[in-house]
Every structure is written in C-alpha cells, then in structure tokens.
Design a protein around this ligand. Structure first.
Ligand code: SF4
Length: 384
C-alpha cells in the first residue's frame, strides 16, 4: 500500500490571488497538511525559485508571488513565522527578480522577502557528502527551523527538469554553486537536497516552462499545484505529467538511490486529479531547434557526451542567437565529450570535464557540466 502522497490540484485559467490561495490550501490538505515542523514560534524558510529576471511574469521561470503569499498564510495559520528567501543564479541579481515579479507587493503587505545574496554565509560540513563535503550556506537557511520548497514546473538544459530537488541550490552561496558545477552537478544537487531536507514541497505549475529552461524556455499555462512531503515522489509525479519517466531524469534516480524519497510511481498515492488526466508532455531542451547548418561554427559532440553538456551547448547557442552574438563563434569548433584522434578545424572551445584531455589544444571551460554563463563569458572575452 503506497504511503507517500502527492496531491494534484487544478486552478482555473489565469488564476488570481484567491484562486491560487484556494488551490494551494486544497493541495496541502490533500497531501496530509503541513508537517509538525511548522509549529508555533518556528521560523519557516519558504524557498521559491528566483533564478533570474525572466522574459515575462508568466514565463514559468520564477515562482509566482501569490503561491508564496498563500503558503506564508498557511504557515502563519500554524503560528509559525514565514520568511520568503532565495538567491538568483550566479551573476544574476535577486533584487531585480523580486522587483520584476511583483514580490514588492508582498513586502509592502508585511511579508519578509529576503535576497539571500545580501546575507552572511557560513561554511558548514555536509555529513556523508562525497562531492560537496563543505557548503557555503546563507545564514537564514541555517537559522530557519524548517524549509518549505516552492519550485516551478519546468524543463532544464542540464538536468532535464528542474523541480523540487534542483530548486534547493539557491540556498548555497555563489562559490558553492560554482563548485557544484565544477565537481559534478547531478551529485551536488543530491548532496545539497540531502543537507537541507525540506519538510514539504509545493510546486508552482500554474505557469510552467518547456524547451530550453530554466530561463529561456517557452511558457506553458498548466494551471496546476502539486504538494507533498516527499520531494522525490513529487518530482517523479511532476516529471510524469510533463512526459518524463523517472528513469529519464538522472537527479530523480540518484535521489531515490540516496534514500531521499521514492521514485517508484507504484509507491505513490495520488490525491486529487489523476496525473494522466493533466498530462501534457513538454518539449525537451534536447529538442530545441538548432540547425547545425545555420551556425557559423562546428559542433563536435564526442563519445561520452551526456545530456548535461549537450543541452548546455544547445542552451548557450539559443542564448547567443537571442542576443545576436552567434557571429562570435565564427572559425570555432565547440567540443564536448571525448575529443577525436584527428585534428579539428578552427579554434577549439572544449566544454566540460570530459573534453579536458585536450585542454592544451584550445580554450577549456571546466565543469560537469559548466555553467552556461562561463561558456558565454569565455566566448565574449575572446572577441574583446
Ligand atoms: S563533462 Fe562529461 S559527464 Fe559531465 S556533463 Fe559534460 S559530458 Fe556529461
């Protein structure tokens, strides 16, 4: 008999504050209610996804502020103190995201909205971690009695999807975020999730994102709220809704293996809408249309290239195209995976640790996979 509950609740089209609050309440109730950690006097950190300034408020890149408001009210209803806090991606300005998305209205209404990048960081040991044994963590995340995770439903250019597990990276200071990429993103995500262990996850699936997520993908209005105490189970169900079997998402598989929750749909009780009735397969990052013949450079995706580097390169090309910067790639070959025996033409951009064996033959961008911004910065630097 399944013991893990994941709830799925539909909202009306383009829901307003009241409809979102009602759907969040219902989703939490169906999932068994907020856990005992949300108790009188406790400080509860609500962790939205404020990754970067998106193209629009409905782009599906950033957690909708009304979801945070609704959850904050539920937390207050238990006598606890909600603090909405996150840090944007490396190089991105959290305050700009807060402003753009309308979180300022929540601030004016008396909710604590914290840009973690302005907070003190503390270096802590991450027990049992092999890849990130030490983390530099923002102090409010350590001080909080519990974390409620508020991710968005979207595809991701490096990890296939970004849901509950991946969302917790925002609680790490930028140097630890960078270390996560250098040392292996998939394992780092799992070790970060194991460290923070959120007590509950509520997923914003009102405006979601497909294609080249987490920022430059295309919006999809799904009008869904998911909730549950088991973040891996929630990621599993959310993945199924957007067309991913659990075994197709490496971080879901690794998290289940690490004992963080279940990725077995047979062990998950769905409360509310059956996932099949709300399923809408998303276009994956790997399906983004980048016709090689339209590029001014060559791509060499060598043996061993996994979706991490392949999708990173696709995402970088999409961003360069948007910014009219593709001409900077003239006379270059982008290499991922194991380089070939024969000589490749042009200047080589060696992307990711697997291509590191050739680091002396071109420009090497380390990481597994590297951050997109590191690759773009290198391309711009070579032009200056
Ligand atoms: S460096 Fe290798 S293993 Fe790591 S993401 Fe790139 S291709 Fe995959």
């Amino acid at each position: 008999m399944p013991e893990t509950i994941v709830s799925i609740v539909r909202t009306p089209r383009q829901p307003g504050r009241r409809e979102i609050a009602a759907a969040v309440r219902r989703a939490v109730e169906l999932a068994g209610g907020l856990p005992p950690a949300v108790r009188t006097g406790a400080t509860i950190l609500l962790k939205p996804n404020l990754v970067a300034v998106p193209r629009s408020r409905e782009s599906g890149a950033v957690t909708h502020p009304e979801i945070c408001r609704a959850v904050a009210e539920l937390v207050r209803g238990k006598g606890a103190v909600p603090v909405i806090a996150d840090s944007a991606g490396v190089g991105a300005d959290t305050e700009a995201v807060i402003e753009f998305m309308g979180y300022g209205a929540l601030r004016r209404d008396g909710y604590a909205i914290v840009d973690l990048k302005k907070e003190k960081t503390i270096r802590v040991k991450n027990p049992g971690a092999a890849v990130l044994p030490y983390l530099n963590v923002f102090e409010p995340a350590l001080r909080a009695d519990a974390v409620i995770n508020l991710p968005v439903l979207k595809t991701h250019d490096q990890t296939e999807v970004t849901l509950g597990l991946k969302n917790l990276k925002g609680l790490l200071a930028d140097d630890s975020k960078k270390a996560a990429h250098r040392r292996g993103l998939f394992r780092s995500v799992i070790e970060t999730a194991a460290f923070f262990k959120p007590c509950f996850t509520i997923l914003d699936g009102v405006y979601a994102q497909e294609g080249v997520g987490p920022v430059f993908g295309d919006p999809v209005e799904m009008d869904l709220i998911l909730a549950g105490a088991d973040m891996v189970a929630l990621d599993t169900v959310a993945g199924l809704i957007i067309g991913y079997r659990p075994e197709e998402v490496p971080i879901t598989v690794l998290a289940a293996k690490a004992g963080l929750g279940t990725a077995d749909p047979g062990q998950i009780l769905i409360a509310g809408e059956p996932w099949e009735s709300v399923q809408r397969p998303f276009r994956r990052c790997s399906e983004a249309e980048i016709a090689p013949e339209t590029l001014p450079c060559r791509l060499y995706l060598g043996g061993g290239t996994c979706s991490g580097c392949r999708n990173t390169v696709i995402s970088v090309l999409v961003e360069l195209k948007e910014r009219d910067l593709l001409p900077l790639l003239k006379q270059k070959t982008i290499v991922t995976g194991r380089p070939p025996r024969e000589k490749l033409p042009g200047e080589l951009l060696l992307v990711g640790a697997c291509a590191g064996a050739w680091r002396r033959k071109g420009v090497y961008i380390e990481g597994c996979p590297p951050e997109n911004s590191w690759i773009i910065k290198e391309i711009e630097r070579r032009d200056s």
